[in-house]
Design a protein around this ligand. Structure first.
Ligand code: ADP
Length: 490
């Protein structure tokens, strides 16, 4: 089949910048699309830490110091490029120090919306100047959600860009890029403001994600269950009606796992490797994890791990009631790695103080420790209130680390509740978002752990799961081709 020309835009792409799953997914998407033979170009903002870490970036001729007005402010951007490591994928970085030389990738600064409006516009402008005419612009989350409308307005008769179609993938509908209505001049829509959501404007807001949902040629999200949840109920977070108004709906494509990074047989972060044929190395990793986090439980004591953003979405509130009492009643250890909301940091710090030697908490972001927790824990806890896809439960399966998940989004699509009678299933799935349910789930898994025959079976089932990108990417491929063959929507 013919190769397509694809332009992927994301506010974070591994290995350049990562705060969460979006970076893993964007990086993997690029590589796997390329492996299928497509011509892939990727755009990202040039954050100051990326500039400092990547001296190999080269300026792109013809796209230097380009003036671009966002409202009444004139910015200048330049394009820098390199090849994505180990590939011939063209990585393009939008260099605009006035907007991206900040301590963090995301800020609460009053010009946050401008940072990403400029990103989308500068990417389009760069393509135009380079004569780069993609078949598809693949946008991700609210940061690039204005691009579809720009294509249909500012660039609708541009000889290079007009034929392109747009896809918007929603990685998390909880983040919508809402800006004040007064920012309308910053959009630079040149007379097409009437296409914005009038009701929102009447309420004094402009919603980036909603604009993307209305104008993208296709909308996808990162699991089939989440696709249903966001159209139907409160998990749509106000976007339900806009999503349902799309005749072609929302396509749910489960994220894949990059098993080059996340497989205990060759995980570059581990000193001892293991696999389903020989699990001895898992015990070595467990011992290493126990030592590294100064726990004092025996290797035979079940050890539960968490690696998470400490955000309300992740279900930490349920643990406030559930964990202290469970730790009093049952014998198990807990290792938590996370960064985020100080409320949750205080909770886990308090738990570690109250249960020394049994609970370890590491505040911050630590890639190597994340891998060791996956490898060395017996159980992985992910009680999310909602979870568009979730990666850690899929990583856990490959490491024989049995996931406890709530029945939502991608968690529901990737973990099957274990039935000791039939020996089928890969983890523990609980339904209700409340403390008794999570208590039941942890208790149930500790009971399974106590029966070696059950546990061996569970681990083998878990490790046999395959969520590789090679399987998932086919669905993006079909979606692009179907879109290119369909009549254009306005
Ligand atoms: P989300 O994108 O909502 O944070 P995902 O499960 O989709 O959740 O992806 C989270 C990714 O970020 C995983 O690769 C996980 O290992 C990583 N991660 C999250 N918090 C940390 C942390 N504190 N240290 C290291 N890695 C982390």
């Amino acid at each position: 089949m013919s190769a397509l020309k694809l332009c992927v835009l994301s506010s974070e792409i591994l290995p350049y910048a990562k705060t969460g799953g979006l970076a893993d997914v964007a990086g993997a998407l690029l590589q796997n699309l390329r492996r299928r033979g497509h011509e892939v170009h990727a755009f990202m903002p040039l954050y100051s830490v990326v500039r400092a870490a990547h001296p190999e970036l080269q300026p792109v001729r013809g796209v230097q110091q380009v003036p671009l007005a966002i409202g009444s402010t004139e910015y200048f951007f330049s394009l820098q490029t390199t090849r994505f490591p180990g590939t011939d994928i063209a990585m393009y970085f939008i260099d605009c120090p006035a907007l991206y030389d900040r301590a963090d990738f995301y800020t609460s600064d009053p010009d946050e919306h401008r940072r990403f409006l400029l990103f989308s516009r500068a990417a389009l402008e760069s393509c135009r100047r380079l004569g780069l005419a993609p078949d598809i612009f693949h946008c991700n989350d609210w940061h690039t959600a204005f691009l579809p409308l720009y294509l249909k307005t500012l660039y609708s008769s541009d000889p290079v860009l007009a034929p392109a179609r747009s896809v918007l993938t929603i990685h998390n509908i909880g983040y919508q890029g809402v800006m004040p209505g007064a920012a309308v001049a910053d959009l630079g829509l040149g007379g097409a403001e009437a296409r914005l959501d009038a009701n929102d404007l009447a309420h004094g807001v402009i919603n980036s994600l909603k604009t993307g949902i209305r104008f993208a040629d296709r909308v996808t999200t990162v699991s089939p269950t989440y696709a249903r949840e966001i159209c139907q109920g409160p998990l749509g977070m106000g976007m339900q009606a806009t999503l349902r108004a799309r005749k072609d709906g929302v396509v749910g494509i489960l994220n894949g796992v990059d098993y080059r990074d996340w497989d205990p047989r060759h995980d570059p972060h581990l000193t001892t490797h293991f696999g389903p044929q020989d699990l001895r190395g898992k015990q070595t990793n467990k011992q290493e994890l126990i030592s590294a986090t100064h726990l004092d439980g025996a290797v035979s004591t079940p050890l539960m791990g968490m690696v998470t953003r400490l955000a309300e979405q992740k279900g930490i509130d349920l643990l406030f009631d559930a964990l202290p009492s469970l730790l009093l009643e049952r014998d198990f250890g807990l290792v938590v790695l996370g960064s985020g909301d100080p409320r949750y940091v205080t909770f886990f710090e308090g738990l570690a103080q109250r249960f020394p030697g049994r609970v370890a908490f590491r505040s911050g972001y630590d890639e190597s420790l994340a891998h060791l927790i996956e490898a060395g824990s017996d159980i992985f806890l992910m009680p999310s209130r909602y979870e568009p896809c979730g990666l850690n439960q899929m990583y856990s399966l490959r490491y024989g680390t049995i996931p406890i998940v709530r029945n939502t989004g991608g968690l529901a699509d990737s973990v099957q509740h274990f039935d000791p009678a039939s020996g089928r299933g890969t983890g523990c799935v609980f339904n209700d978002y409340d403390a008794p349910a999570v208590r039941w789930a942890i208790g149930t898994v500790l009971d399974w752990y106590a029966v070696p025959k059950n546990w061996q079976r569970l681990m083998q089932n878990a490790m046999a799961q395959d969520f590789s990108w090679a399987r998932q990417i086919v669905q993006y491929d079909s979606l692009y081709r179907e879109l290119l063959g369909a009549p254009r929507l306005n």
